[in-house]
Write a protein that binds this ligand. Structure first.
Ligand SMILES: Nc1ncnc2c1ncn2[C@@H]1O[C@H](COP(=O)(O)OP(=O)(O)OP(=O)(O)O)[C@@H](O)[C@H]1O
Length: 318
């Protein structure tokens, strides 16, 4: 049985459609990512799944239960860390954890969570004095206090520096290793690539792609760009003769070869046949970033059905 089931979710704010038609399911033990540009409907989707908002249409199930009608039973197994959750600035870390523990029948040991999240030294620190990374860690700890089987984490590393982001990724992996299924909303492709088993790309309130990060990038018809400095002079024709190669250009002593997925193997074999070595070899492969842009640009094509029914997203770059 999937842990989260979303079928044709639809949600409007007044006459504006925030989520037009979203369907996906999350299996037990997965880290499932939701990606999409600003205003795509990601937060609205997870707020409906959490039971914090009423859907206008569609069917939602969390652990087989309706998140609104069976709210009391769902919250016992669901931990939610939402965007911009702020606590009273004077509340100390240990006080916040003790207070939130009292909301649950069988809370986790908050002292253990404090250590797991590396917040031990901050136990007596007030929320307002924590760094951005420490505040995020605390909000994750609060989401895990009820010993949830499912955790929803919305943009948990936004605003963190690269080191804090990496630490948080390790933390999320350790949470998953404890058996928690995780639904993760993120803007960061690297985060999705590193953490997520599968990813749904949402644009204009619809799922426009759903697959593993590797499959999403593999489906892309993006060229490989191969740069190297040959150990001996070579003619361009040596490379342009190869059917896998689309173009060859030079910048100083460096050669740039652009070609399809098989170009690297073909170029390497050709150079080897002529006894030439490729020094300072660099290959640029398509990334999930490229896939994301290709998918969302495609879904914004003028005749796209989504454009007529949902609010337009504003492109973000971060
Ligand atoms: N409470 C609200 N009232 C009216 N419109 C809203 C409300 N919340 C969100 N919206 C609109 O619904 C659309 C979807 O918003 P949502 O926050 O779900 O998108 P998102 O993908 O999470 O965006 P972001 O990446 O910026 O957080 C946006 O156009 C937003 O302006």
């Amino acid at each position: 049985m999937p842990v989260i089931e979303v079928e044709h979710l639809h949600k409007r704010y007044g006459d504006r459609t925030a989520v037009a038609d979203v369907s996906f399911s999350v299996d037990e033990g997965e880290i499932f990512g939701i990606l999409g540009p600003n205003g795509a409907g990601k937060t609205t989707t997870v707020e409906c799944i959490s039971g914090l908002r009423h859907a206008d249409g569609g069917r939602l199930r969390v652990l087989g239960l309706d998140p609104v009608k069976d709210r009391a039973r769902v919250v016992a197994d669901l931990g939610v860390q939402l965007q911009h959750s702020a606590l009273q600035p004077n509340l100390k870390v240990s006080e916040a954890l003790r207070l939130f523990s009292s909301f649950y029948e069988r809370p986790a040991d908050w002292r253990e969570l404090l250590e797991l999240l590396g917040l031990g030294p901050q136990a007596g620190t007030r929320f307002g004095k924590l760094s951005g990374g420490q505040q995020q860690r605390l909000s994750i700890a609060l989401a895990l206090l009820g010993n949830p089987r499912v955790a929803i984490l919305d943009e948990l590393t936004t605003g963190l520096d690269p080191a804090a982001r990496r630490d948080t990724w390790e933390l999320i992996e350790s949470v998953r290793d404890r058996g928690v299924t995780i639904l993760l909303v993120t803007h960061f492709m690297a985060e999705a690539e590193r953490l997520c088993d599968r990813v749904a790309v949402i644009d204009s309130g619809r799922v426009v792609a759903l697959d593993t990060p590797a499959e999403l990038t593999a489906q892309l018809d993006v060229q490989q760009r191969i740069r190297f400095v040959p150990s001996a002079p070579i003619e361009d024709s040596l490379l342009t003769d190869l059917p896998e190669v689309e173009s060859v250009s030079r910048r100083g002593e460096e050669i740039l070869v652009v070609g399809g997925a098989e170009a690297l193997a073909a170029v390497a074999a050709q150079l080897a046949r002529h006894g030439v070595l490729a020094h300072r070899l660099r290959v640029e492969q398509p990334s999930l970033d490229d896939a994301f842009l290709a998918i969302t640009e495609q879904s914004e094509a003028p005749n796209s059905e989504a454009q007529n029914t949902a609010i337009r997203p504003t492109r973000h770059t971060g």
